[in-house]
Design a protein around this ligand. Structure first.
Ligand code: PGA
Length: 253
């Protein structure tokens, strides 16, 4: 799987030309697992979901959101429910991105509640985990990942691997141009998979684990070659149709 996280970027016209450029390229041959390709999706900001979803119709590229409410519809000003995302044609949502955790105070409990709401609305979840630089330097990477994964297992234990994806995104590698080395990323991914299995998550061996953090066409292949890296969550490079397509190509070859 390769997912593009546009973050809070784009305007209607810019988004539409980005998607047109993407769909004009070889993405049609890369996207779509039934046809031997990969799951390929873009996650625009909320206001762009409807127009981008319209453009994607008929293509194998799917639509994802960047966030979802932890509650059902109701008096929650400014929130967007999982049912609304489903109504707009989203098949996926990111949950617990580090920017949500660090800038908007999302706790492990909130991330679990959001994941549960999305899954109940039949929206697949790409749940983000990862340590900060401070935590890595204090040798706390594994304990942080363990805490983040353990908070999720009761929600995802019985779910199919088709609907649950985890993204390992070391916070220090996001938007910084610093990537975890393939070996370092593989070690974290292996740890996450083992932790899922230890938490009796039935689909642990098959759950896709994406790496995210400064993935570019130049480094994607060596990351994706690692045994427990099953794709990427792409921020900055997903704003270029050529770069995003090249990264999708690396996930196949
Ligand atoms: P980046 O972002 O690729 O720009 O580092 C990744 C992410 O935050 O999902």
């Amino acid at each position: 799987m390769v997912a593009g996280n546009w973050k809070m970027n784009g305007r209607l016209a810019v988004a539409q030309s980005l998607v047109n450029a993407l769909l004009d390229g070889p993405i049609a041959e890369l996207a779509g697992r039934e046809a031997g390709g990969i799951d390929c999706l873009v996650c625009p900001p909320f206001p762009l979901l409807l127009p981008v979803g319209g453009q994607l119709q008929g293509s194998a590229v799917t639509l994802g959101a960047q966030n979802v409410a932890a509650t059902d519809d109701g008096a929650y000003t400014g929130e967007v429910s999982a049912a609304m995302l489903a109504d707009l044609g989203c098949s996926w949502t990111l949950v617990g991105h580090s920017e949500r955790r660090t800038l908007f105070g999302e706790t492990d409990e909130i991330v679990a509640a959001k994941s549960a709401r999305a899954l109940a609305a039949d929206i697949g979840v790409i749940i983000c985990v990862g340590e900060t630089l401070e935590e890595r330097e204090a040798d706390k990477t594994e304990s942080v990942l363990a805490r983040q994964v353990d908070a999720l297992v009761s929600v995802i234990r019985e779910q199919s691997a088709e609907r649950v994806v985890l993204a390992y995104e070391p916070v220090w590698a996001i938007g910084t141009g610093k990537t975890a080395s393939p070996e370092m990323a593989q070690q974290a991914h292996r740890f996450i998979r083992e932790r899922l299995a230890a938490g009796s998550v039935v689909a642990a061996p098959a759950i896709r684990l994406l790496y995210g953090g400064s993935v570019k066409p130049q480094n994607a292949r060596e990351l994706f070659e690692q045994a427990d890296i099953d794709g990427g969550l792409i921020g900055g490079a997903s704003l270029s149709a050529a770069d995003f397509t090249a990264i999708c190509q690396s996930a196949i070859a």
